[in-house]
Design a protein around this ligand. Sequence first.
Ligand SMILES: NC(=O)c1ccc[n+]([C@@H]2O[C@H](COP(=O)([O-])OP(=O)(O)OC[C@H]3O[C@@H](n4cnc5c(N)ncnc54)[C@H](OP(=O)(O)O)[C@@H]3O)[C@@H](O)[C@H]2O)c1
Length: 302
Amino acid sequence: MSSRPRVLVTGVDGQVGRALLSLFANTSELISCNRQTLDLSNPSQIRTRLREAKPDVILNAGAYTAVDRAESERDLAMAINGQAPGVLAEEAKRTGALLVHYSTDYVFDGSKNGPWIEDDGKNPLSVYGASKLAGEDAIRSVGGRHVIFRTSWVYAPEGKNFVLTMLRLGRERDSLNVVDDQIGAPTTAAELARATHEITAGILTGNFGSESDWAGTYHTTCSGSVSWCGFARAIFERAPQLLDHKKTAVNPIKTSEYPTPAKRPLNSVLSNEKLQQRFGVKLAIWQSALDEVLAEIAKSRQ
Ligand SMILES: NC(=O)c1ccc[n+]([C@@H]2O[C@H](COP(=O)([O-])OP(=O)(O)OC[C@H]3O[C@@H](n4cnc5c(N)ncnc54)[C@H](OP(=O)(O)O)[C@@H]3O)[C@@H](O)[C@H]2O)c1
């Protein structure tokens, strides 16, 4: 391998894909793929594209992420989230490439009292969660050089996410009702990309030992936890200028008062202890990661 690894990124128009591109650009030969140039619902296209590109590393940031719509589009969600990761893993194993994949807290049912660890029992409540679990299982059954980062509540300065939705609604309305009995760790795409970059570099240089030392699944979220309602309040408190200094009341409600097609776990908090022990990597606490994103949004609106 040359000093600059060939890094193929899928889903580059998404939140995590974009963050990965900006971090890996200086250290890698990038092969950027979006839905048009690498359609994850098309296994033969995946194989052809990978065999042409011959990457040393595959960062699979592409996914079917419309959690509620997945309830009525099971086959498509399963193809993209459940089957494509297995095809990527087979292609990676054929050439010895490293596959980095992202999964979700929604593989759990939220019933645990305390942070989830990697090997806790999975019981997805939604089609999206089941499709992401199928993708994890497909990678694990192929084996090879792979790392699966399970993350949660992802957001970035651009994209479809809770922070941008709250900022829009905050400007439009005087009060908002926000679910207060689901807790999790809001995680920025930038922090996830930073951890990915550091860990990938360490694996490629052999700093983390051999494949049997590092291959596997890791919970990778910002530190701390909060409810959606607490998160909304923090957004409003920390960025009054983005709301034109308008005061918006945030009222706590129960999940049962906000029905959605897909059921979500009540406790989504993931323990990051394994990540820290194995790689020495810790993501920022969610409040400071939020401040960074709010500052970027403010800069982009100047
Ligand atoms: N967002 C969250 O809260 C969250 C939480 C936990 C885990 N995750 C996981 O983190 C990873 C990154 O998520 P994200 O937040 O960056 O999602 P995102 O912003 O929705 O980006 C996903 C990207 O995948 C692309 N995609 C969809 N169907 C595709 C297909 N058939 N072929 C190729 N690309 C396709 C989308 O393309 P278009 O732009 O063309 O639609 C989009 O650019 C995913 O694995 C997700 O499951 C996300």
